[in-house]
Write a protein that binds this ligand. Structure first.
Ligand SMILES: [Zn+2]
Length: 94
């Protein structure tokens, strides 16, 4: 097991990077699905590179996932929601 992490076996590193990419893409796929993003696009994107593409994904989705306060009832809601989930009032784009 230890040999896998030493420089003597270059294939070990490819295996590790491959596993990391698959785990990363899998996580991004499910996270994108939860957030209503394009999961296929982001999943494929996350398979291309690590960790830079994961950071890009987090940056983009977390920025889009910013919350604002409902003007009618004061609830913190996601900017992407068109209607307040608490009072049902339509949200105007900030
Ligand atoms: Zn509200």
């Amino acid at each position: 097991m230890h040999d896998l992490f030493l420089g003597e076996q270059p294939y070990g590193w490819f295996a590790i990077i491959g596993i990391v990419l698959v785990i990363q893409a899998n996580w991004v796929f499910h996270d994108a699905e939860k957030r209503g993003e394009n999961k296929w696009l982001w999943g494929a994107f996350a398979l291309l590179n690590t960790p830079s593409n994961l950071l890009i994904y987090l940056l983009v989705t977390r920025r889009l996932g910013k919350r604002h306060t409902c003007m009618h009832c004061g609830t913190k809601i996601l900017n992407q929601h068109q209607y307040c989930p608490v009072c049902g009032e339509e949200q105007k784009e900030a």
